[in-house]
Design a protein around this ligand. Structure first.
Ligand SMILES: *Cc1c(COP(=O)(O)O)cnc(C)c1O
Length: 349
């Protein structure tokens, strides 16, 4: 079967018409990977939905193909977003393809290098503010409501429409919904989108519904703590958000699915980040590992005891987005003299 992008694949489920110009980089159709180490440990079948293999390296491309196509349909000439990095990388790429201007507000100093490089090379107008993501989003909402610039954050409903297709792909692969779906929660658009996708597919194809398990970073956990966090902190910059735009709909996904939203520490995130790379062979960015960190936390609390079936963990972005983290904090190569003897000594022969 040939894959022409998620709008072509799931057109019947998306608000597009013959008049919508499809702006695509053939996003979607991402690997659905069985995780033997995690499955053995937890006692259910664990699968990884590796969204880091999308064209710009994160799930944001699913929403962006829809948002930019709909902006093109309206003949928009400019789009704007606030971003912790991946939204700007994706918006910049799709806007370039659609010949639109792209303006990006980012928090100064808290953006992974790979993401910033992407926005720059696609020639977005990147403005770093001396503030955090939440402040950037407030400014972007203000500007896009007053000027003819399309907002392409996940407040844009077309973003959610595109992102829900990941749930369709999972149901198509398994032939039904998983028992549990674990996902990192930042601005909470993605958990909203998956839940919408699962519900819509179930209505038409009777695929069943999973229990949604959302995970925030411990010091950026407004939904878990029940209040806005003024100064969110975490090594997982993609979920460093103190006032999620889709707060209410994330709670609805949690409650309707009889799921939960919990928090994981940076240490738990880093442990899961290393485990995914070292035991499953999958390199993701730290925020993405929050889903697996959360599943391990629940496992340690006996949450899955007596449960059957499958757990799908969304891995939201690629590890190459943030390589400095590995080199500066985890490991560096050993340097030796260029002789046979020194190499044999190093490898213990
Ligand atoms: C955007 C993003 C998230 C958070 O998704 P929300 O929809 O904001 O909850 C998590 N991980 C990565 C890598 C992201 O880019």
């Amino acid at each position: 079967m040939k894959w022409e992008g998620l709008i072509a694949q799931y057109r019947d489920f998306l608000p597009v018409t013959d008049k919508t110009p499809v702006i695509t980089l053939r996003e979607g159709n991402t690997p659905f990977i069985h995780a033997p180490f995690l499955s053995q440990k937890i006692g259910l079948d664990v699968y990884l939905k590796h969204e880091g293999t999308n064209p710009t390296g994160s799930f944001k491309d699913r929403g962006m193909t829809m948002a930019i196509s709909k902006a093109a349909e309206k003949k928009a000439v400019a789009v704007m977003c606030a971003s912790t990095g991946n939204t700007s990388a994706s918006a910049a790429a799709y806007a370039a393809r659609a010949k639109m201007k792209c303006i990006v507000l980012i928090p100064d100093g808290n953006i992974a290098l790979g993401k910033l490089a992407q926005a720059m090379i696609h020639s977005a107008h990147v403005i770093a503010i001396r503030g955090n993501f939440d402040e950037a989003l407030t400014l972007v909402k203000d500007i896009t409501s007053k000027y003819p610039i399309e907002l392409v954050n996940s407040l844009n409903p077309f973003r959610i429409e595109g992102q829900k297709t990941a749930a369709f792909e999972i149901c198509d692969f398994l032939q039904h919904a998983p028992t549990f779906h674990a996902i990192p929660v930042g601005n909470a658009g993605n958990i909203t989108a998956y839940w919408k996708g699962y519900k819509e597919y179930h209505q038409i194809k009777k695929t069943g519904l999973p229990r949604m398990l959302g995970f925030q970073a411990a010091k950026s956990a407004p939904i878990v703590d029940g209040h806005i966090i003024d100064k969110p902190e975490t090594i997982a910059t993609a979920i460093r958000i103190g006032n999620p735009a889709s707060w209410k709909s994330a709670e609805a996904a949690r409650d309707e699915s009889q799921g939960l939203i919990d928090k994981v520490t940076d240490e738990e995130i880093l442990d899961a980040y290393k485990l995914l790379a070292q035991k499953e062979g999958v390199f993701v960015e730290p925020a993405s590992a929050a889903s697996v960190a959360g599943v391990l936390k629940l496992h340690n609390a006996n949450f899955f005891h007596g449960q059957k079936g499958s757990i799908v963990c969304t891995l939201t972005g690629h590890g190459l987005k943030d390589p400095n983290l590995v080199i500066n904090n985890i490991a560096q190569p050993v340097v030796v003299e260029p002789t046979l003897q020194s190499i044999l000594k190093e490898i213990g022969i």
